[in-house]
Design a protein around this ligand. Structure first.
Ligand SMILES: Nc1ncnc2c1ncn2[C@@H]1O[C@H](COP(=O)(O)OP(=O)(O)O)[C@@H](O)[C@H]1O
Ligand SMILES: [Mg+2]
Length: 313
């Protein structure tokens, strides 16, 4: 379900979407979606494949016509004011291509030249690990290098808002982490970021707020920590202990299951479980060195959200 957000001053919103809908024949790809993106925010859009994420951000960029609803990006309607909007937004599209023989530096230089405002593309090429490859033709780039080039191209016009669609797909782990740091730096410059991703660790790491899409609708919208609290509020306390069973652990407030495998104990439950387990252990003269709690992740919340029906704002 889509939602009611607190009234905001229009100037504070980079994006305002109300009841956005897009159909492809009988398929309601985007089915009445409403959300705001605040200026300076990193806003995440997550959801399984086919849930309408790309269609939504393409409507926001004026790359697809919507069938219903209202959309404002930087106060402009992308359907009718695309030309005015074009230079103020950055687009990294999920599926893009460049001419095979175009070289990396030529692409960056070209994109910079057609923008009224631009960043030094050499610096961007360096930041995104493309400097060594600046003379390479597009056809000769690896998947990860192409991906980084598309992100760099999305930033070369120094946009007020940048749309990144599956930015880190195809990147190796170190390139992914480097990309996260760069996205934080982009926001530091004051750019609003709309980040489409199906990587929950990425969304949890980077996003201020996240909209969870399911079958063309938003089924949850909140900060990563609030989503985790609401949909995956459980903890697991682990420690090792040699010796007898500890039957009194079952009585710890919040504990729902105690398991033992050899010397390894696991207590599942909710609330401030670690504190209760620790004090029960200490009261019985046991002080395990490896006592620790594992908190649920956004991934677990996401799996839970995917199970429950649309109920939220
Ligand atoms: N041009 C198109 N014509 C017909 N169906 C489309 C088209 N583009 C996307 N779809 C369908 O719309 C749904 C949403 O697609 P998309 O927005 O790309 O989802 P996501 O980005 O979340 O994976 C999918 O079922 C997809 O197959
Ligand atoms: Mg997509």
């Amino acid at each position: 379900m889509t939602g009611q957000h607190p009234a905001q001053i229009p100037g504070e919103r980079a994006v305002a979407v109300r009841e956005l809908a897009k159909v492809y024949g009988p398929l309601r790809a985007v089915d009445g979606v409403s959300f705001d993106v605040r200026r300076g925010e990193i806003f995440g859009i997550v959801g399984v494949n086919g849930s309408g994420k790309t269609t939504t951000v393409e409507c926001l960029q004026g790359l697809r016509d919507r069938d219903n609803g209202e959309v404002h990006v930087l106060g402009l309607d992308p359907a009718t004011q695309r030309d005015a909007l074009r230079h103020r937004i950055g687009s990294q599209l999920q599926e893009s291509a460049l001419p095979d023989r175009l070289r990396v530096w030529e692409a960056l230089d070209l994109f910079a030249a057609i923008s009224p405002r631009s960043r030094d593309w050499r610096r961007l090429a360096d930041e995104w690990g493309l400097w060594e490859k600046r003379r390479a033709a597009f056809a000769d780039l690896s998947g990860g290098q192409r991906q980084r080039l598309f992100v760099a191209l999305a930033l070369v016009n120094d946009p007020e808002i940048v749309f990144l669609d599956e930015m880190t797909t195809g990147l190796d782990p170190s390139a992914r982490h480097a990309a996260w740091d760069l996205v934080r730096a982009v926001r530091q410059r004051g750019t609003t970021v709309v980040l489409v991703t199906h990587f929950m660790d990425e969304a949890e790491e980077l996003c201020d707020r996240i909209a969870v899409f399911k079958a063309g609708r938003i089924v949850a919208l909140d900060t990563p920590s609030a989503l985790v609290r609401r949909f995956a509020d459980h903890s697991t306390v682990r420690f090792t202990h040699e010796g007898d069973d500890l039957p009194w652990l079952d009585g710890c407030p919040g504990a729902s299951a105690v398991e033992r495998e050899g010397t390894r104990f696991t207590v599942a439950g909710d609330g401030p479980l670690l504190a209760y387990v620790a004090s029960a252990l200490v009261a019985h003269g046991i002080a395990p060195l490896d006592l620790r709690v594992e908190r649920p992740t956004l991934e677990q919340a996401f799996l839970r959200i995917s199970e429950v029906e649309a109920t939220t704002r």
